[in-house]
Design a binder for this molecule. Sequence first.
Ligand code: B3K
Ligand code: ZN
Length: 873
Amino acid sequence: MRTETPQPIRLANYRPPAFLVDTIELDFDLKPSATRVRAKLALRRNGEHAEPLVLNGERLTPISVAVDGRTLGEDERTIDAEFLTVPNVPDAFVLETEVEIDPAANKALDGLYMSGGRFCTQCEAEGFRKITWFPDRPDVLARYTVRMTADKGFQRLLSNGNLMESGETADGRHFAVWNDPFPKPCYLFALVAGELDVLEDSLVTMSGRKVDLRIYVDPGMAGRAAYAMDALKRSMKWDEEAFGREYDLDLFMIVAVRDFNFGAMENKGLNIFNSSLLLADPATATDFDYERIESVVAHEYFHNWTGDRITCRDWFQLCLKEGLTVFRDQSFSADMRGEAVQRIKDVKALRARQFSEDQGPLAHPVRPSSYLKIDNFYTATIYEKGAEVIRMLKTLIGPDAFRKGMDLYFERWDGHATTVEAFIDCFAEASGRDLSAFFAWYEQAGTPRIDIKSRYDAAARTLELDLTQTNPATPGQPNKKPLPVPVRIGLLDGDGRTIAFDRDGQATDETVVVLDAAKTTVRLTGVDREPVLSALRGFSAPVVLTTDAEPKDRYVQLAADPDLFNRWEAGQDLARELMLARAAGRPDEVNEERYADAVGRALADQAADPAFKALLLTLPTESDLALARQPADPAAIHAAREALRARLALHLEEELKRLHTGLQGVGEFSPDAAEAGRRALRNTALEVLAANPHAETVERARGHYEAAGNMTDAMGGLSALMSIGGEAFENALADFYERWKSEPLVIDKWFALQARDPSEGALGRVLGLTAHPAFDQKNPNRLRALVGTFAAGNPARFHDPSGAGYTFLADQILAVDAFNPMTAARLLEPLGGWRRYTPELGARMRGELERIVAREGLSKNVYELASRALADD
Ligand code: B3K
Ligand code: ZN
């Protein structure tokens, strides 16, 4: 058992930095196992206090420390595992240090490390301290000059900003010098050195400047960067049009690496990407990959303004850049791919990841107030809920005031590190509104529950809506205040036609009710027919909504709600209720048939977008159902979902077959949204058909796999075959491996697919795969494909009654924690929700968490999450 409890960092203890750094000159002598880093910092005291100089530095082998040219003796500075301290320094001085580091031994993938024989870096949040001594905090902004020298085998030498000089050294090596004119915090520093191919392009910005665009990838892969390049150019233009933001350097570079702890990183002028989010061609990438690449390229590019030019004062403000940038990338994707479909996908992701976080021990506010390891706070709450908060802000103040507020924010804070308060102030000023109550969205954790009861008075033609909100307790926040919740509302009649109404004397089709108290009543007048309420249109707030609507109202919405989000939502609600009833031992066959009928009618609607229909045909996931009623019994949920899927397969067989046959692709592959939507519908139809596995379905799935001309269809075929199981699946799986064994990104898919195996043998299969020669715990993509997907994406088999699934996950976490704590901690989440499951399962999950916490030498990252998961509230 560990003896000391790590101490949290608190927002309330924020103090401005004691020293500022105006410039830093870095000189890297790059050698894989012994890189020398010399740093020259121009420092100046910030404030009156005669404090010692304390710089962060970890895993550095010290060579020398000098102040104003004089090397310090050992008695003039102290160096421990975390800091360099120099007690006596002048008010302004130059500090020169030299350290040695070992990038080849760095398997934490944090700081400077090697991936595929190349040097690369990851500094956010606190990796720079593993490169050199520095005030490693986001509110110290410096101008960087970086010189690097390496053997010529490390062909490209890249860093942030502009290339100033390059050439050969006397000893036959080569060097490059980069300068970044924009002051930045050290978490945005980047360096890459190695053999890489490049895809080049350029773009002329709104003010007529030409910007060179370069994407660096593994040799031979430049063709696969074409889609990312196209997405980058569209992102740059979109940010000019939607936010008036222009790119500022003459060069923008992206580098793809295979070993990366997360998706991508917005280093100034030199984004570094996980290759899974950059490389795509039809043969190896699915439509989902294309979609993700487009949005992540946009996200990292948009950070140039929301993150890099304006950064965070401290890490508690992380949502200031992340929530805002997710909101920006979601808006971009909506413009590229269609608003309704994008919104549905974003909300699905929010519910799957953020709502579950809110319902567990790891619930935290969008702006947390304490942490042990900031790495653990790159969460769905900071990112996705952070984006929802911005979306609500825009809904509340309107698009014009929102744009004015953004303009003011860019103007006021450019070049600074700031806070969420300063950001919200810009919108209060731009809109003339008091946004102090709104701020609680940043400070209060948890998902609000909104309930709406309606009363229609036919004689008076009025509809009264009683809205109530409750905010459930979360760890550390037992009592909550009401939040301002924008609820977008419209009315339909029994035939699905829109009913116009009056609100405050204004005739309208739709209105936004702001529920800013525990209870409020809203009266809509001029309602001339009995209405069906369509509430929370477009998912106007991140809440759980209940109403007194009856299933018949949901059917009206499913058939005709002009708000496509709510049309989809109505279908999901109906399906969810049916599956939950069945899981509770109360199957409702009559209404299952009725539901299948309604889905059939929706599929037959020729006017509807195929991408939308694919979403409509997809049942809520097992994880979604587990969140809806507790204690959750994953086995019963799995059986109930399979039963409804089989019902759809039987009831809609002819329609589904027609879709599957009729939507077959012709001509050349295009990744665009329309084509992707057709493929999505066709693959979803097959997936549903596979729930009724007679010989013809097996043949259909096999034919689909064998005829696939792109990875989306190949995976669709394989996945349908897996859901049927048996020889046809095993043969296709073996064929797939043989065909793609030299393509790591495709083999990740091969592992991930099997991790989702719904059959009873899944756990055995997954355990077996950990011994497969292609499995590699040290590569986060591979690890997540197998272990992460199994734990988070295969609830029925992860929650094996024996607890063996939990033991497997805990073993993996402990093994990975020994070398890569960040990635190990990210695997922990599925165990964290132990209180939501049946007592037998919950006890076994808790047992594994206890085993993890007790491990000697556990990282702070894993300790923080596991101990919070076990804590009594
Ligand atoms: N800012 C990075 C995430 C860094 C994660 C550090 N543990 C990518 C992004 O959100 O754009
Ligand atoms: Zn981001």
